[in-house]
Design a protein. Structure first.
Ligand code: DGL
Length: 268
């Protein structure tokens, strides 16, 4: 048993989708979250940069006694998970594997779509993992870089978002995918518009829930689960704009959020 927090990070608010899923599944677990709002987006940055950001944030979370680290960012998972796992002594998990496993369970026609940032799609991490698991699977991938600022901006049901989604998702509709992996933790915030464009013939895979289940198994496996009566608390840190983050976090998580703290990124 271990009541220390789970450390979670993302480039901004996207990782809150994972926080929400974990709070729902394991309310007794405490969470320390870091949203790198000063340096978002990660999706168009080099792997060297993402690896150094990820190592820096992981150290910060470890200083806050995190018992495991969840990389709640597909870009950081694609580009830095291996480096984190090699360098850190604690369990470190990312969002790609749970999303891949969930999609493989859902698909009936073996046509799976993946959307993500330029870096995630460029890394081919999803395509490789899916094809490795099942060589009958046909993967169609598309980078949707504008989805991140739209989600950060809260343009959830804006007509401009619908138009952009129609353009981005055209090929995926033509490819007749029956399953679409939301390969960026920001995208579940745009679920309604993505689902409307893809129609209900396509099942969306939000890796946040799959990630939460995976994290729960990992805690059990390492004997790190919090006590049943532990009152799981949530502590949020960001590298810029704490007030704005607090408003979005409150709305999105549907719970009162105590002070979001700003951390000067060059001091950690
Ligand atoms: N939320 C992040 C992801 O899952 C990336 C968004 C970004 O910083 O570009 O890829």
């Amino acid at each position: 048993m271990n009541n220390n927090p789970i450390g979670i990070f993302d480039s901004g608010l996207g990782g809150l989708t994972v926080v929400k899923a974990i709070r729902r599944l394991m309310p007794n677990e405490s969470i320390t979250y870091f949203g790198d709002t000063a340096r978002v987006p990660y999706g168009n940055k080099s792997s060297e940069l993402i690896q150094s950001y990820s190592l820096q944030i992981a150290d910060f979370l470890i200083n806050y006694d995190s018992k495991i680290i969840i990389v709640a960012c597909n870009t950081a998972t694609a580009l830095a998970l291996k480096v984190l796992q090699d360098k850190l002594t604690m369990p470190v998990v990312g969002v790609v594997k749970p999303g891949v496993e969930a999609a493989l369970k859902i698909t009936k026609n073996n046509k799976i779509g993946v959307i993500g940032t330029l870096s995630t799609i460029g890394s081919d991490v999803y395509k490789n993992e899916l094809e490795l698991a099942n060589d009958a699977v046909k993967v169609t991938s598309r980078a949707c870089p504008l989805f991140v600022p739209l989600a950060e901006e809260g343009w959830i049901d804006n007509p401009a978002t619908k138009l952009i989604a129609e353009e981005y998702l055209k090929e995926l509709r033509q490819a007749n995918v029956d399953t679409l992996i939301l390969g960026c933790t920001h995208y579940p915030l745009l679920t309604d518009v993505i689902q409307a464009v893809m129609t209900d013939k396509t099942k969306l895979v939000d890796s946040a829930h799959a990630m939460a289940v995976n994290a729960s198994d990992l805690l059990v496996e390492h004997n790190l689960s919090a006590g049943r009566n532990n009152n799981g608390h949530l502590k949020l840190f960001v590298s810029d704009f704490p007030a704005r983050f607090e408003t979005v976090a409150k709305r999105f998580l549907g719970e009162e959020i105590a002070n979001v703290e700003k951390i000067q990124i060059d001091t950690i």
